[in-house]
Ligand binder design. Structure first.
Ligand code: SF4
Length: 79
């Protein structure tokens, strides 16, 4: 069965959120409320904080519902 995944990006990194894995611990929005706010749509707003802080917070997610993938930028030399 495919796992539902939502993606949020700021151009540097992409957060993946798998709602079925979320145990609603509240750790993400208590730790970084300006980015993670379940009352807002979209509930993740990455422009409200720095990439480093977002990565740190995502790592604290106890269920693995949140994860990060690096967004690969095109370099000027091509490959
Ligand atoms: S920290 Fe992870 S498990 Fe907790 S509410 Fe956020 S996404 Fe869900």
């Amino acid at each position: 069965m495919p796992v539902k995944t939502h993606k949020y990006t700021n151009g540097e990194i992409t957060i993946l959120w798998q709602p079925e894995m979320c145990i609603h611990s509240g750790i993400c929005f208590r730790g970084l409320a300006q980015v993670f706010d379940p009352r807002r749509k979209p509930w993740i707003e990455m422009s409200n904080s720095e990439t480093g802080k977002i990565i740190e917070q995502v790592r604290k997610c106890p269920s693995g519902a949140l994860s990060i993938v690096e967004t690969v930028k095109e370099s000027s030399t091509g490959k």
